[in-house]
Design a protein around this ligand. Sequence first.
Ligand code: ADP
Ligand code: MG
Length: 682
Amino acid sequence: MPDLTTDVRYVKGIGEQRAKALQKLRIRTLRDLISYFPRAYDDRRTYKKIKDLEEGETACVEAMAAAAPTLSRVRRGLELVKLRAVDETGTLDVTFFNQVYMKDNLKAGETYTFFGRAEAAGRRRSMTNPLVEREGSRVMTGRIMPVYPLTAGISQLTLVKAVEQGLAACRDLLPDPLPDQVRRDHQLCHIGYAYDQIHFPASEEELAIARRRLVFEELFLLAIGLKRLRRRREALQCAPWERLGLEDFYGALPFALTGAQRRAIGEIVSDLSAGRPMNRLVQGDVGSGKTMVAAAAMVCAARSGRQAALMAPTEILAEQHHRGLAPLLEGLGISCALLTGGMPARARRAVLAGLESGETQVVIGTHALISAGVAYRRLGLVVTDEQHRFGVGQRAALSAKGEQPHLLVMSATPIPRTLALIIYGDLDVSVIDELPPGRQKIDTFAVTGAYRQRLYRFLAKEIAAGRQAYIICSMVEENDAVPDDRKAVTEYADVLQRQVFPDLQVACVHGRMKPREKDAVMAAFAAGEVHILVSTTVVEVGVDVPNATVMVVEDADRFGLSQLHQLRGRVGRGRHKSYCVLISDNRNEETRERLRAMTRTGDGFKIAEEDLRLRGPGDFFGQRQHGLPALKVADLSCDVALLREAQAAAEALLARDPELAGCPLTARRVEELFTAGGDALN
Ligand code: ADP
Ligand code: MG
C-alpha cells in the first residue's frame, strides 16, 4: 500500500527518469507531490455546439469523427493528420501537425471531446492541434485544469495524472495539522477535501473554500511557531548590562535626536538591562535616522565592556557606515574597525587580532563578521542593517562565539501594522515614525513615456549643476524562468550613453554582476565619477549618495508602491532639492491611481497601507526580507481579515494549551515548518 512517504517513482507513468526531473521541483514523495499546488487554473468547462463557435474562442466541442482521419506528408518534417468531425449543428475541420499517431487513435463513428481555439470563417469551423479525449473522459477537458510550474522533462499532463493518482492513494492519510475545534470554529473544510479541490476544483466556489482553509492553515501554523519562538527566547538569560549612560553620546552628535529616535533608544536600553537577550527590530522609514539608534546601542555595548558588530548587506554600505560612525565613536574613546572581504590580508589580520584581544570594541562589516574565522573576546551585540533576520544557522554561529549576544535588526521596509503582527510575531518592534526636521519634500511626478525627451533635458540640467541621477529599469519576467535583468539594464545604459548623453558618464549595475564589480560601480557613483547610474532594484536598499537628486523609474507600474518608495528614498538625502519621476505607459485607471498615490504622500507607512489595500499582502510576504518559512498559498491569496482570524486562533489555542499537548499534529507540523530549509528563523 502506498503512503505519504512513498517515492514518486513508483507512481504509474513516472519511473526513474521523471522522478529525477521531479526532484528539481522538490518532489520526492507522494506527500511532496500532492503538496505541489497549481500556480494557476485553466477553465475548460465551456462546451459549444460547432455552429456556435466564434472566431478565436477556446472551448470544448463534442463531435463524432465522420470518417477515418487522413495523413498527408506536405514536405519533409511536416506531416498533417486531418479529420472531419460533426455534431448535429455543423462540421469541424480538425488538423494535427506532426502527431501521426492521431491517425490510428481516432476512429470513424466514435465521439470525442475536442478542446482548443476555434477558427471561424463564414460557415466553416476549424481547430488546429486541439486536445482530444474520448467522450466523457474528462481528464484534460471539460473541467477546471490546474496549471503547475514545470521543469524540463515534465509536462502538465504528466503532473496532472500523477497528482490524481497521488490524491487517490493518500488524500485520506493526510494528517490534519488543524485541531478539530479550530477547524469547526472557523468553518474550514477537511484537509483531504482541500487538497482535492486545490488541484482539481469542481467550481470556483469550491476552489475558494479549499484555498481559504489552506491559507488559514499556513498563517495559523506560522503564528503558532513565532509565538513559541518568542516564548523560548524570553526564557533565555544573560547578565544585565549596567552603566548605560549616553549623555556624552548625545552631546557629541551634531544634531538633537528626534523624539522617535530617543524612544527607540530608550526601549533598547531597557532591553539591554533586562537580563535576557534582546531581539528587537527598529523599523523606520528611509532617512529616519536608524543608524544613530544603532550607534547608541553600540556605545552601550562598549560602555559595559562588550564588543558590538554592525552588519551591512554589502561592502559599500559597510564602508559608508564606517565612514560615518568611526569619527563619532572614536571621539567617545571607543575603538572602531572595518572588516570587509576586499581588504588586503595584512589589514584583515590586524582587525581580527583586535577583535580577538578585545582591543577593538566596535566592528563594522558584512556577513563575514559572524563567519567561522572571526573570533571575539566578548561579543555582546549584533546589529544588522537592512538585512534578513538571523537564520537558525547564524544564530548557532553567534552563540558559538560566546554568550548570547543581543540582536538588533534595522529595517526600512514599512510593514502595515496588521501584517507586522504576523511577520514580526516573535520580535519586539520599535517604530521610528518621525523624520529629522528640515527634510525637503521629494517632488514626485507620474508621467508617460511621451515626457522622456523633456526628462532627459531636465537630467542634463541637474547634472550640469553638479548633481547625479538614478534610472531604474524593471526586469522583464518571461514565463517562469529566472528574470534576466542584465539585458534590460545594459541596453538601456548603452543607448543612453551613445545617443543621449555622449559627454556624460553613464554606468550600470545589475543582479548578475559579481559583488566586487557592483561595488566598484557604486563606489564610482558615490565618488561622483559617474553621472547617471542605470540599475535594477539592486540600489533599493540603503545606498546613500547625497549628491544624487533625481530618481527615474521606467515601467513604474511594475513595481509595488513600497518598492517605489524605497527607490525614491535614494534621493533627497542631502541639502539639494530632489525629484522622483515615475514613467509608465500603462493606461489602466487603477494603475494610474496607484502611481498618483506616490505623488501625493511621502509617508512610507501610509504607502504600505495603500499597497496592502490595493495589492494584498503577497508583496510583503514575497519580499523575503523577513526570513520566515516560505508560504505556499498565503502569499498569493490571503486577505487581511483571514490573517487576523488565523492570528487570533493561534493565540487562543496557545492560551488553552501552551505546550500543544492536545494537538501533537499541530506541534509536529510547526516544528517541520520552522526547521525545513535549515535557515528559516531565529
Ligand atoms: P536611515 O534610517 O535611512 O538609516 P540614516 O540613519 O542614514 O537613515 O540617517 C539619514 C541622515 O539623517 C543621515 O545623514 C543622518 O546623519 C541624519 N540624521 C539622523 N538623525 C538626525 C536628526 N535627529 N537630526 C538631523 N539629522 C539626522
Ligand atoms: Mg540606513
